[in-house]
Design a protein around this ligand. Structure first.
Ligand SMILES: [Zn+2]
Length: 366
């Protein structure tokens, strides 16, 4: 049965849309069939325009197929190929997400059954990024989640599926550097409990979220310490909680008085990925030892970033627990310290004294 004849003005509008390759014609959606080829197309099909006399118009797929035409592979009027492509890309994304190490482009393309360059274009069309960027994003998110959950860097790195730590740090600056949101860093919508106390080095202020200690400052007037905390977490609600933080304060004050062991407190470190990387590296410096800024930069796999490392040390929000006082200049000088060079000197002297004492004791035991 032939399709109902279309008004001739509609046909001429449709024909003009075919000639114009107008994918969204003003006359509304339709399909056209090319009688000499047996296929039907969407307006906008990139194939060469047929002759008018070989062209028939249809309102929908059912009508075109009923008339014996099959879907054009190029313009894919049924969306079958698009669906297949999307499915192939979805499968590739799942493969990347499940993988321990990033699958090669060749492996992904082979699995999907496409040529490499074609698969790359397809992947980019569907996801907006290359498979490599997608994989790096997946791993950055895994790492971020692990670090937020409090995993140590080395474990988080292994768990995130990166090949090596140094590799992470290459990627980190590009992908992770921006991810911990400024909102989280600013403490938006959060409560920070604080406790003021006295220590062997003057006033002490400890701040903590539900997750852990987020601020330790000392050796300044209490108002100045609190001002520093509020400036670092401008969006947080700050409330006094002397009782709740009594044990934490006791540990910090004891460390200041006599650094018998590393100050191990649950921490909630807020900073950029780079800053956190530096702060994690600081936590690995054993009590009684020091590192140079250059040494620390090399340790995080970014030897050129000496000044950025120094800046990150200066931004350390939890002095003592993240021992930025254990970083010294190349010639061993004490350089700067957020809480004053004399305190840095006193802390380092106290730590090396403890270290010597421990060594002496262990020799006695032997
Ligand atoms: Zn077509």
């Amino acid at each position: 049965m032939p399709e109902a004849p279309m008004p001739s003005d509609t046909d001429s509008l449709r024909w003009q849309a075919v000639l114009d390759r107008d994918a969204t014609p003003a006359c509304g959606p339709f399909l056209y069939a090319v009688t000499t080829q047996g296929v039907y197309c969407r307006p906008g099909c990139p194939s060469r325009a047929p002759l008018r006399r070989n062209t028939r118009f249809f309102a929908d797929i059912a009508a075109a197929e009923q008339a014996g035409f099959r879907a054009c592979k190029r313009c894919d009027p049924k969306g079958e190929r698009a669906a297949l492509h999307a499915e192939a890309v979805r499968a590739a994304c799942a493969m990347i997400e499940a993988a321990e190490t990033m699958p090669s482009l060749a492996a992904l393309a082979d699995r999907a059954g496409y040529a490499r360059h074609h698969f790359l274009r397809l992947f980019r069309d569907v996801t907006g990024v290359t498979p490599r960027s997608y994989a790096e994003g997946v791993r950055a998110r895994r790492l971020q989640a692990a670090l937020s959950a409090g995993d140590r860097v080395a474990e988080a790195v292994a768990g995130a599926g990166f090949g090596s730590e140094s590799r992470v740090y290459e990627d980190t600056s590009r992908h992770l550097g921006m991810t911990p949101g400024a909102a989280r860093r600013g403490g938006a919508g959060e409560v920070i409990r604080i406790a003021h106390a006295e220590s062997a080095m003057g006033p002490l202020l400890v701040g903590a979220t539900e997750k852990g200690v987020c601020f330790i400052g000392f050796a300044e007037p209490p108002e100045a310490l609190e001002g520093d905390l509020r400036a670092r977490f401008p969006k947080a609600h700050v409330e006094a909680a002397d009782d709740a933080l009594a044990e934490t304060v006791r540990q910090v004050a004891a460390f200041i008085a006599e650094p018998a062991a590393a100050l191990r407190l649950p921490l909630d470190l807020r900073g950029t990925a780079f800053q956190r990387q530096v702060w994690e590296a600081l936590q690995r410096i054993p009590l009684g030892e020091t590192r140079t800024y250059a040494g620390l930069a090399a340790e995080i796999g970014n030897p050129a970033a000496v000044r950025a490392v120094a800046r990150a040390c200066a931004r350390n929000p939890v002095s003592l627990a993240v021992p930025c006082h254990r970083v010294v200049g190349a010639d061993g000088d004490l350089t700067g310290y957020r809480w004053g060079v004399p305190r840095k000197k006193a802390l380092l002297e106290g730590e090396s004294r403890m270290q010597r004492k421990r060594l002496t004791q262990s020799q006695k035991i032997e």
